[in-house]
Ligand binder design. Structure first.
Ligand code: TNX
Length: 509
């Protein structure tokens, strides 16, 4: 039953008997007249549907196709288009469910997706994709019926930020690998991709004003393997690719700790003494020099270039594990660089240690601790900050599933699928409730992770769990339901060639 396998679970699903829609060779996609973005989403959907169905699936402006629908029309009738049988329509307006919400109505005559904004249409398209049989993910034609179950879905996310993170510093991932990852996460309505671009082992983004940062592959990786870096053109291309999939890239420049690679490339950032390259996974030994003016010239240049390449609202400044930076220096540093980032038009994200610096309420702390009392994070929330939730014992994709998992670390414990699923972002930190939570993010640190298959094995099936934690209302979430729905996704991953962990907690088909 495809309907019951949608992840993340939609807000409201009302089945309608006898109203299943069958795609056919004559099925067209009709998009909002005059909207280039709706048209683009229509083309994206057609690209998803063509390989397995073998149908042509033309994409047309709804009015050019002779549609008589108006913005006032609601529900399934909007999919009925005189002159064009069997259409999927993507229309803007009349959704009433916020910037990412959508209504998806299916009758025997067609499917209509309606949303107030393109992001909602895109989310609706991902739901439609999951309503079709798993074979829809086949890269080659499959001779079968393509049925969408009849009924009405109304959906919107609980939190606006649902993210995943790749660590390019400990082992680099190529632009093509990152694009493949973007394609996968967008299917689960993950709308932010955080890239950890700099660390002790390597610097992975070209900075024109400090070119030695990426000389020699931007340093090495953990165990001396996995160097590489993104040119500015590659980064800009990735950002655009992600944006077409409604994924916002969040670049991270980690400071004042995790800076050894920069201090290898530029001894002047290290008091004139070249730092030694490091390929071990240790943390907490490096720091920028808080009293040196060149530190701030460096930050200014890097932030200016990265901000200019990044259309999204956020720039992540790291701030974690700065054990080699005394607390007073840490505050001095953060209080000086936060205004630099804001002057370049970006909202500051920082690992939750940033709350030690009493930052302004505009700064978003990313919580990576475990549940309980965190007075500095709670104080930031009380001052009006919104918190991004990445509890390490729930959302960390680099933790092993069990002691037997070949990849991964275990400092935050083992995280099986159920652990990744059964937690609530609004009850992790005392004093940080629903209204203080911006959303959730699942970080994948890459000390042990190299290939795309490694990335996938750690990500699936835990990322879909975190996606549902971030999207679905608490009353829509249920472990028994989730594990059954998740099982139905394995054939999709297999058809797409996505590796995943065969957790014994899931009744795989
Ligand atoms: C802690 S989580 C780190 C990273 C490591 C990670 C490994 C955080 C903000 N910092 O430097 O890669 O543990 O799990």
């Amino acid at each position: 039953m495809a309907r019951s396998s949608v992840i993340p679970a939609p807000m409201e699903v009302r089945p309608a008997q006898g109203q299943d829609f069958r795609l056919g060779p004559d099925t067209a996609i009709l998009t909002e007249p005059g909207s280039a973005r709706a048209r683009h989403i229509g083309q994206y959907l057609a690209t998803l549907l063509r390989p397995a169905t073998g149908y042509q699936i033309p994409v047309l402006d709804a009015d050019l196709a002779g549609a008589t629908t108006t913005g006032q029309e609601r529900g399934a009738s909007a999919a009925t288009t005189p002159g064009t049988a069997k259409a999927i329509s993507l229309r803007l307006g009349g959704g009433g469910l916020g910037p990412e919400g959508y209504r998806l109505n299916t009758t025997a005559d067609g499917v209509s997706v309606r949303a107030d904004a393109p992001a909602g249409l895109f989310a609706g398209v991902q739901t439609l994709r999951q309503l079709l049989p798993a074979d829809i993910e086949s890269p080659t034609p499959v001779a079968r019926e393509w049925t969408v179950p009849g009924g009405a879905i109304a959906d919107r996310p609980r939190f606006p930020y649902r993210g995943a993170m790749l660590d390019l510093a400990r082992h680099f991932h190529s632009p093509d690998e990152i694009k493949a990852f973007v394609d996968q996460i967008a299917a689960y309505k993950i709308n932010h991709l955080h890239l950890h671009l700099t660390d002790d082992q390597g610097w992975r983004i070209e900075i024109l004003s400090w070119p030695k940062l990426t000389a020699g592959d931007g340093g090495s990786g953990v165990d001396g393997a996995g160097g590489g870096y993104l040119t500015q053109a590659e980064y800009a291309d990735l950002v655009a690719y992600a944006a077409e999939r409604y994924v916002t890239v969040v670049p991270e420049i980690d400071m004042p700790g995790h800076t050894n690679a920069a201090q290898v490339a530029y001894p002047e950032l290290n008091g004139g003494v070249a730092a030694a390259p490091r390929t071990d996974p240790e943390v907490g030994y490096s720091t920028l020099r808080i009293g040196d003016e060149i530190t701030y010239a460096f930050v200014e240049d890097v932030v200016r270039e990265v901000a200019a390449l990044t259309p999204g609202p956020y720039l992540h400044v790291g701030g974690d594990e700065a054990d080699a930076t005394p607390d007073g220096d840490y505050r001095t540093f953060m209080r000086r660089i936060i205004p630099i980032v804001e002057r370049h038009g970006k909202t500051v994200l920082g690992w939750h240690e940033i709350t030690k610096a009493d930052p302004p309420a505009s700064v978003v702390p990313q919580f990576w601790g475990t549940a309980g009392a965190h007075p500095e994070v709670a104080a930031a929330a009380t001052r009006g900050a919104r918190v991004l939730m990445s509890p390490a014992n729930r959302a960390y994709l680099d933790m092993k599933y069990t002691p037997d998992t070949p990849l991964g670390l275990d400092w935050a414990g083992y995280i099986e699928v159920r652990d990744a699923y059964e937690w609530d972002p609004a009850t992790q930190i005392e004093g940080v409730g629903e209204a203080h939570v911006l959303g959730v993010e699942a970080p994948l640190w890459s000390e042990t992770v190299r290939t795309l298959a490694d990335v996938e094995t750690m990500t699936y099936p835990r990322l879909p769990a975190v996606a549902e934690v971030g999207w679905s209302a608490p009353d829509r979430r249920d472990w028994e339901s989730f594990r059954r729905r998740l099982a139905a996704h394995a054939p999709r991953w297999t058809l797409r060639g996505t590796a995943f962990h065969r957790s014994p907690q899931i009744p795989w088909e």
